[in-house]
Design a binder for this molecule. Structure first.
Ligand SMILES: [Zn+2]
Length: 139
């Protein structure tokens, strides 16, 4: 994971909230990445492993418990399926989403340094939440 700078502005994300992906698309043991920004012309994010089904309280929908080996005190967080991208290059569904993000985000950050676009945060209850899913008062 690069030592990223926070983006000066948070670009709107019309892609992730519209992504049509089922909970069953993922399974325990899958290696996934949550895209967090751009680094030198490519997307980057946190690589994690899918552990077990877990309720995603910010959306009140089925989510997945994820293990982030770099997460420190927050090694286990719960994310919504639409935040996740299979690291395997053989998943067409995830590749389509990843390419759409790449085409949208990369031109916005042409610099060589890593940028965190600020789409994700982690709540006090270790729920990973996208800005489009975050609402006032959510824990
Ligand atoms: Zn996939």
């Amino acid at each position: 994971m690069p030592d990223a700078n926070r983006a000066a502005f948070i670009p709107a994300d019309a892609i992730t909230p519209e992504r049509d992906i089922t909970h069953e698309h993922f399974a325990p043991g899958d290696r996934i990445v949550v895209i967090k920004g751009v680094d030198d012309g490519t997307l980057w994010g946190d690589a994690m492993t899918v552990v077990t089904p877990s309720w995603h309280t910010p959306t009140n929908e089925d989510g997945w418990r994820l293990r982030n080996p770099e997460g420190g005190a927050r090694s286990f967080i719960t994310g919504h399926p639409r935040y996740l991208v299979h690291l395997s290059a053989h998943c067409p569904d995830c590749l389509i989403y990843q390419r759409a993000l790449q085409d949208y985000l990369v031109p916005k950050f042409p610099g060589a340094e890593a940028v965190d676009v600020g789409w994700y945060s982690i709540t006090e209850l270790n729920q990973l939440v996208h800005v489009a899913d975050g609402r006032a008062g959510i824990r």
